[in-house]
Write a protein that binds this ligand. Structure first.
Ligand SMILES: Cc1ncc(C[n+]2csc(CCOP(=O)(O)OP(=O)(O)O)c2C)c(N)n1
Ligand SMILES: [Mg+2]
Length: 807
């Protein structure tokens, strides 16, 4: 271990508070350790699967989290807790009266305390879900930027104060690239109210982290404007360093390889003495320093790292500056206070029953009193109760906020004659919203992963400006240089320009989409990126949905329609992602009037907050969620039509008959999105010798299929009248008719439609990619054009198609 000394001491807590916190720390360690033990040894869930839990990883953070939650934090501070310290978090919530003992007794069980803190599944006050390491950490910085955004606005209605956004992170989380991407982005936006507290136990899951690497990381933080505060040595160590020879002991600790240090921690009392007597054989001062101490005292001294010394921790937190982000590197021991301490394999290690008995006795907890809040504590119960009542963090009760819904006006009616693409339509709709103004327009926050202009957000940004805490004119405009883009920056701006990293885009959407819960102010976030790069940020997208953040993601261009722009970027899997991602309603409209209906619905859907489960049907319908629009730059001929209520409803439900089948119909073409012209052309050609060909327009395969599954579930549960939209649609198609599905994505996005009423299906879609070319060439090559539909029709029905296969 290397590194400089800690910051000069600032006033810590008084002696009484310190004594109380030390007692609570013991209780928190006990409860978290026992919670895991109980789940693994005391109950049988009947499936023979190990339950698990992380006693060592939890113990590593027990002191720091006790200090924070019982003394340092204020209600407005928001915390992302290291996933494996979930038991510590819940033990603390329990002591504060926010968690039920039954939930803790059911740790990792169905509807019990979750393995990792969960905003949606835990009933305690979780600020950020964690689990996929790195994401919760990086989310805190974005939440802080969102907080800055909100506090810069004149429309603010909540008086909820600004807080610190805090990550309690494992040291191995630094390995995740998304942390580094986030650090660069924060710097650009002048991040301030953010603390990252690194649980520097120098262990990950498999191994001991490589020596000295972390101090390079510390340099990285400093380079990017962070204050780095080391919480390295505890008070016992600092006192020993002042004894004769003590400085050499400090150097020894600093230079000790992490592997050796961990091994010595695990070996315990005798191990330290043997090692140090060998290393300091010729150093009478240190030998004397050791001789003064028993084996246990020596072990206590050598493991008295800053991250387990309450006083040191409180001083460090009190010394933090308020005008810059702070990274605390707290030296800790994985498994501190437990027999697992320091062992390199302790990540998933569990104490056995004998060890637990001994630990219980050591904590002064009698059998049967394991869940008692006060058992084994040395301070009087009333004093502890009084202290807990006045813990600053808990003074406002539950801290998950809500915000009123923003009314959604009718979407602009655009002139849609001639040819247009959905991407251009998206740009025009937003531009109109910006021009007209009003509450919805004011609450929209747009953001993009460096593709603002190429996803048609340009006109919106020209009207609404870029957000920045400092105002800056567009230099090109100032100098009279021509550009269609006016990039003026100010605190009034409503666009957050991000770098290319898609993880950052989704973390920004995740935190802006939680602003009602975190800051009591509603934002309507819209993020744009190229569709293929959904995969690049997919874990962060999943994370955003898991937290129940509310946002609109607009992914364009998509599929083969990228055409000459590069085969490598043709997205195939995204329609399936849209269907499979919980919490995300996916749409792929063909026409601009459809898009307008969908956006109007989406702004309202994003603000719903119904119960998580609803009995019948489609639970998300009441609950609301986020929305994914898969769009394209391909211009297609628009349909001259009036938007009716019925058509709007069908568009939102996922589809409608563009050309209704009749009782003689033998074939229907079911298309999604931009393949409308191919479907229409093929239907016209086929109709010449087959009569009525049905054409079904799918605007959302996701909602059609979810509705179908929901209706099936409802019927199975006794609601005989339940009927899905796709079932209603297909009732118009004779049972013997065949279906050809057509989408610019994986064919399985639509092929399931054959199972709804038992129609034969030939699913056309994209299973290979990588060729550049014109859209026509690519649709012909991959079998998505009208000729491919005709071939499929012939094969399916066994009847030759008169028009032959010209292509
Ligand atoms: C993205 C991701 N990859 C892998 C894992 C599995 N995993 C859980 S914890 C862990 C190591 C954690 O080490 P560290 O962050 O240092 O935590 P601590 O030592 O405090 O337990 C790994 C690899 C995960 N949760 N998330
Ligand atoms: Mg670690």
């Amino acid at each position: 271990m290397e590194g400089s000394r800690m910051m000069p001491a600032a006033p810590a807590a008084d002696a009484h508070t310190l004594a109380m916190l030390k007692e609570l720390e013991r209780k928190v360690l006990w409860l978290s350790t026992y919670m895991i033990h109980h789940a693994n040894h005391e109950i049988d869930r009947g499936d023979g699967i190990k339950v698990g839990g992380h006693q060592a990883s939890s113990a590593s953070l027990a002191t720091l989290m006790t200090a924070l939650y019982f003394h340092v934090l204020r209600p407005e501070d928001r915390v992302a807790v290291k996933p494996h310290a979930s038991p510590v978090f819940h033990a603390i919530q329990y002591l504060l009266g926010n968690q039920d003992v039954e939930k803790m007794q059911n740790f990792r069980g169905f509807s019990g305390v979750q393995s990792y803190p969960s905003r949606t599944k835990d009933k305690a006050d979780v600020d950020f879900s964690t689990g996929s390491v790195g994401l919760g950490v990086a989310a805190t910085g974005f939440a802080s930027l969102v907080q800055d955004y909100i506090h810069a606005k004149s429309w603010r209605t909540s008086d909820w104060p600004k807080g610190r956004m805090i990550a309690l992170m494992g040291d191995a989380e630094i390995d995740e690239g998304n942390i580094h991407e986030a650090l660069l982005e924060y710097w650009k936006h002048g991040l301030k109210n953010c603390w990252w507290v690194v649980d520097y136990n120098r262990q990950s899951l498999d191994s001991v982290v490589s020596d000295r690497l972390f101090m390079k990381v510390a340099g990285l933080f400093e380079n990017l404007g962070w204050k780095v505060i080391l919480i390295k040595y505890g008070k016992l160590q600092e006192a020993a360093f002042r004894e004769p020879g003590g400085e050499r002991l400090r150097t020894w600790i600093a230079d000790c390889p992490n592997q050796l240090y961990s091994a010595l921690v695990f070996e315990g009392a005798g191990g330290w003495r043997r090692q140090l007597e060998g290393d300091f054989a010729n150093d009478p001062e240190i030998l004397a320093l050791m001789a003064k101490r028993s084996d246990d005292e020596l072990a206590q001294l050598m493991t008295n790292l800053g991250g387990h010394d309450m006083e040191t921790i409180l001083e460090a937190f009190a010394s933090a500056p308020s005008d810059q982000p702070v990274c605390f590197i707290a030296y800790t021991i994985k498994g501190f206070g437990l027999p697992l301490a320091g062992h390199k394999d302790n990540h998933a290690g569990l104490m056995n029953k004998t060890q637990m008995q001994q630990f219980r006795a050591l904590q002064g907890v009698n059998q049967g009193d394991e869940w008692d809040k006060f058992a084994g504590l040395k301070l009087p119960r009333q004093e502890i109760e009084r202290f807990l009542t006045y813990v600053p963090f808990a003074t406002k009760g539950k801290r998950t906020l809500t915000a009123p819904r923003i009314p959604v006006p009718p979407m602009p009616a655009l002139e849609t004659k001639g040819r247009a693409s959905t991407q251009a339509g998206f740009g025009r709709i937003l531009d109109e919203i910006a021009r007209k103004g009003g509450p919805l327009a004011d609450r929209i926050l747009t953001t993009s992963a460096d593709v603002t202009v190429s996803t048609n957000l340009g006109p919106w940004v020209n009207r609404r400006g870029l957000f920045s805490l400092e105002s800056r004119e567009d230099v090109f405009k100032e100098r009279g240089l021509m550009s269609p883009q006016r990039w003026e920056m100010s605190p009034d701006g409503q666009h957050m320009e991000l770098g290319i990293a898609e993880m950052n885009l989704f973390l920004m959407l995740a935190t802006a989409g939680l602003s009602h819960a975190h800051h009591g102010e509603r934002i309507i976030p819209i993020g744009t990126l190229y569709d293929p790069f959904i995969s690049r940020g997919l874990d962060a997208l999943n994370y955003a949905c898991y937290q129940d953040a509310r946002f609109m993601v607009v992914a364009t261009p998509s599929g083969l329609t990228l055409a000459p722009e590069g085969g490598a970027h043709q997205s195939i899997a995204t329609p399936l992602i849209g269907m499979a991602q919980d919490g995300l309603a996916a749409f792929e409209p063909a026409f601009v009037d459809e898009l307008s209906v969908i956006m109007g619905w989406a702004f309202e859907y994003m603000q719903r907050d119904g119960p998580e489960e609803s009995k019948a049907g489609w639970s998300r319908e009441e609950r609301g969620g986020s929305v994914y629009l898969r769009l394209t730059t391909r211009p297609i001929e628009q349909l001259p039509r009036q938007m009716t209520d019925e058509l709007s409803e069908n568009i939102i439900s996922g589809g409608y008959w563009l050309r209704r089948p009749d009782p003689s119909t033998t074939l229907a073409i079911v298309y999604m999105g931009t393949l409308a012209p191919e479907a229409i052309e093929a239907a016209a050609l086929l109709a010449e010798n087959r009569g009525g060909i049905g054409v079904l327009a799918v605007t959302s395969a996701d909602r059609l299929s979810a509705g179908w599954h929901a209706a099936e579930r409802a019927r199975e549960q006794g609601d005989a009248n339940a009927r899905a939209h796709i079932e209603t649609l297909l009732a118009a198609l004779p049972r013997d008719a065949a279906i050809i599905t057509l989408c610019d994505g994986h064919p399985e996005a639509l092929s399931w439609i054959g199972s709804v009423a038992g129609h034969r299906v030939r699913a056309l879609g994209v299973e290979h990619f990588g060729q550049s070319g014109s859209i026509g060439e690519l649709y012909a090559h991959y079998g998505l054009d009208a000729a491919a539909v005709l071939r499929a029709a012939e094969a399916l029905t066994g009847r030759p198609v008169r028009y032959g296969l010209q292509r």
